[in-house]
Design a protein around this ligand. Structure first.
Ligand SMILES: Cc1cc2nc3c(=O)[nH]c(=O)nc-3n(C[C@H](O)[C@H](O)[C@H](O)COP(=O)(O)OP(=O)(O)OC[C@H]3O[C@@H](n4cnc5c(N)ncnc54)[C@H](O)[C@@H]3O)c2cc1C
Length: 379
């Protein structure tokens, strides 16, 4: 039976949910406080490593084929090493009989194409529209903006990590501050990246170089303890490039900053209830994790995929509770994995360095262990 949904938040996750629900015949209005997403010639700073299951969802929504090939950075290999030990692991898609391990795509490119597809499918899209208040009753929800009040059967909060809807509903959360910031930028490299996503673990946090469509450009995600991040902010472009070069161990030849830099505070956040009567939380509104394995958006796309499976049939509170339970397990597993990685690679205790050196070497040399690691990296 067709239901009415209000989706708040036009990021990748809210838009994917809105489009999928509309394609199933539901009536959907999406409210986004920012402008309609768009992109130009310049590479955007925010990118995501899109895993196979997220690509499958975007294909199912008819959006993947709309993404311009020049803006896709498929990667066939990954290389992860520890700056302070002999530990290094390399793996390729062929080791698990795949042609790639995923693709690096700019968030804005995905958002812009999702938006256009959603408009064509008949989602009522309202840009530059902020939610001022909402209410949830037993039989319906309503949301008030400066212009009007919308009513529907369900409200989806996909309004990001700070989620005003979650805050207004007073939903309890578990969170901790990683006391790190993520610096993102586009970097030019003299050696071709060869479709390899690289990440080095420094005692102060991981630094990742993700291959973009252009073989001499990578997207940088430098996660660093707050004090180091503050220091990086103060560096000129030239000094920053030199510092980056030093931590790269020469993996990509010489490196040069090719864009502005943007910094994001990194925090683990997990909302303990993702379902409040007729309101559901999706994506970063429900969970946010460390970017070290590039899985935050992938988790959100997983939420959408699971939701669309149940909204395709008659559903009610029991089915939504089952959805919440299933997705919470996925989120908690990811949070736990990120935490052990982060703790395992932090600091420069000599014993820990030896253990992680041996651990990475073992993982690299023992085929079944390596295959299971590749499968986890595939999401
Ligand atoms: C440095 C960094 C690197 C990352 N790298 C990766 C990666 O490689 N792979 C990966 O999978 N993930 C990655 N992530 C995580 C990923 O970026 C997020 O998980 C994803 O963007 C979340 O999408 P979302 O749609 O849930 O939220 P958002 O993109 O935050 O969208 C929320 C939207 O809601 C709107 N909004 C908020 N409040 C209101 C309101 N009151 N009314 C109307 N609209 C409102 C906002 O304007 C916004 O457009 C990374 C994160 C960081 C910080």
């Amino acid at each position: 039976m067709s239901q009415r949904f209000i989706v708040v938040g036009g990021g990748m996750i809210g838009l994917a949910a809105a489009l999928g629900l509309r394609q199933q015949g539901h009536r959907v209005v999406l409210l986004e406080r920012g402008p309609q997403p768009s992109y130009g010639e310049e590479t955007e700073l925010r990118v995501s490593a899109i895993a196979h299951h997220s690509r499958d969802l975007l294909q199912q929504l008819g959006v993947w084929e709309r993404l311009p090939t020049a803006r896709l950075g498929p990667y066939q290999a990954m290389e992860v090493w520890d700056h302070d030990s002999f530990g290094r692991i390399q793996f390729g898609a062929h080791e698990v009989n795949q042609t790639d391990l995923g693709a690096i795509v700019e968030n804005k490119v995905i958002e812009a194409e999702l938006w256009l597809a959603a408009a064509e499918a008949g989602v009522d899209l309202q840009a530059e529209t902020e939610v001022l208040k909402h209410s949830i009753a037993d039989d319906q929800v309503s949301v008030t903006t400066a212009a009007t009040t919308y009513t529907a059967d369900y409200l989806i909060a996909a309004d990001g990590v700070r989620s005003p809807l979650r805050q207004a509903a007073g939903l309890p959360m578990t969170f901790w501050d990683y006391e790190q910031q993520g610096c993102v930028a586009v970097v030019k490299c003299s050696a071709p990246h060869g479709g390899c996503a690289r990440q080095v673990f420094l005692p102060s946090g991981p630094v990742a170089w993700l291959p973009l469509g252009d073989s001499h450009h990578v997207s940088l995600v430098w996660s660093a303890d707050t004090a180091i991040a503050e220091e990086l902010k103060g560096l000129s472009a030239e000094a920053f490039s030199k510092r980056l070069q030093a931590v790269s161990d020469g993996a990509l030849g010489s490196l040069e900053l090719a864009s502005e830099r943007a910094y994001f505070p990194l925090r683990m956040q997990y909302t303990r209830s993702w379902l409040a009567q007729r309101m559901l939380l999706l994506g970063d509104a429900a969970h946010s994790i460390h970017p070290l394995a590039g899985q935050g958006a992938n988790l959100g796309f997983g939420d959408v995929q699971a939701l669309l499976k149940l909204t395709n049939n008659d559903f009610g509170h029991t089915e939504l509770r089952n959805w919440e339970r299933e997705r919470k397990v996925a989120a908690v597993q990811m949070i736990t994995a990120m935490e052990s990685f982060k703790r395992g690679f932090a600091g420069s205790n000599p014993l820990l360095k030896l253990v992680r050196g041996i651990g990475l070497k073992l993982a690299n040399d023992v085929a079944p262990l390596k295959r299971s690691l590749i499968k986890s990296a595939l999401g």
